[in-house]
Design a protein around this ligand. Structure first.
Ligand code: FAD
Length: 317
């Protein structure tokens, strides 16, 4: 079976859930081979978790300078791994960084790119939800080996313990090929909450929340459920919540087990980022709000009455 390269999302110590989803998807196409780009020692720390999820090979692309550059080291690593493994496909998470890496890799390898896939089958046909969720299309790369970005949450991560072989992958110096160098990193504001694209539960607030202070209602419910907080673009544009939490076509794509929309009307651009969530609950005072057509459970009511009551009920369990 051919290798299928998977770019590993990690924080240096732990593999992100999105990678386990990619490894599960990769098993449909061939033998999963994980590519770890990090500072020296990273692959050794992550190898056991990757092997538990089916990675038969772990490429260690390590260098002390990887954190100083944006996507370049990952593009370099995947290009070299593709040269060694002649893979059937390369899978990358459809995050902001992942899409940049995938696009640049496809250009370098002169091969086809399919972004935002929500499914992929054994003949490398992918399913995408396009035009803000209006259409579902099935696509296949016809030129070269496909580079595919897969939406977080599209696959249920499954364990498949194997023995992994670690292979060193020498990285070229990133400086000559990178146009941007990282000068500073700021910590996330999220505190103890899970990362939005990783969370099993997402509670999002929209313009109906009415202001930045109103978001405490959203945060309280998210915290009671151990979830992440999201926001609609209208809420972000109005300054209620920071942009990094925006869900939708021009924000992040999420696909949690449970998505709760508080005071969100359900514009197509918002739905584009969350409609693949397993269970959707919407609270809206307007019975005609389009989100209620999509929701599995809809509550017509004032979010400032419903959400605190929900929080109380969850906390009491
Ligand atoms: P509104 O549409 O104003 O809805 C507010 C809702 O709150 C209403 O349904 C109202 O009934 C309800 N409400 C009010 N008060 C209460 C209360 N007390 N209790 C309960 N319900 C209440 N949007 C995104 O979200 N993400 C994107 O990525 C995105 N990208 C876009 C890209 C483009 C190119 C364009 C053109 C638009 C994009 N938008 C995006 C914007 C999108 O079209 C909508 O304007 C936006 O999603 C609306 O946000 P909202 O639902 O919070 O606000």
């Amino acid at each position: 079976m051919p290798d299928v390269l998977v770019l590993v999302d990690h924080d240096g110590e732990h593999v992100h859930k999105t990678t386990y989803e990619l490894l599960t998807a990769a098993r449909r196409l061939g033998e999963p081979a994980a590519v770890v780009v990090g500072t020296p020692g990273t692959a050794a720390r992550l190898e056991a978790s990757l092997a538990r999820h089916g990675a038969r090979s772990v490429y260690a692309a390590e260098s002390a300078e990887v954190d100083e550059f944006l996507g370049t080291p990952a593009v370099d690593a995947l290009e070299r791994a593709a040269g060694e493994a002649s893979p059937a496909a390369v899978l990358v998470s459809a995050t902001t960084d992942g899409k940049e890496v995938a696009g640049r890799l496809a250009a370098r390898l002169d091969t086809g790119l399919l972004i935002d896939a929500v499914d992929v089958d054994s003949s490398r046909v992918v399913t995408q939800v396009v035009f803000g969720g209006s259409y579902t299309v099935r696509s296949q790369v016809t030129h070269g080996m496909p580079v595919i970005t897969l939406r977080p949450g599209s696959f249920e991560a499954e364990e498949c313990p194997v023995r992994a072989e670690v292979k060193e992958l020498a990285l070229p110096p990133a400086a000559p090929t990178s146009c941007a160098r990282v000068t500073a990193r700021r910590g996330a504001i999220a505190g103890d909450r899970p990362e939005l694209t990783e969370a099993a539960v997402v509670v999002s607030g929209g313009r109906g929340v009415g202001g930045a202070e109103g978001f405490s209602v959203v945060e309280d419910l998210a915290d009671a459920l151990g979830g992440a907080v999201g926001a609609s673009r209208a809420a972000v544009d109005a300054g209620y919540y920071p942009h990094q939490y925006q869900v939708g076509q021009t924000g992040k794509s999420v696909s949690p087990q449970l998505y709760i929309a508080l005071g969100i009307s359900g514009a197509i651009q918002h739905l584009a980022g969350m409609q693949t969530s397993r269970t959707i609950v919407a609270v809206n005072k307007d019975p005609e709000a389009p989100i209620l057509d999509l929701a599995d459970y809809g509550v017509v009511g004032d979010l400032f009455a419903v959400a605190p009551e929900l929080t109380r009920q969850v906390a009491a369990r």
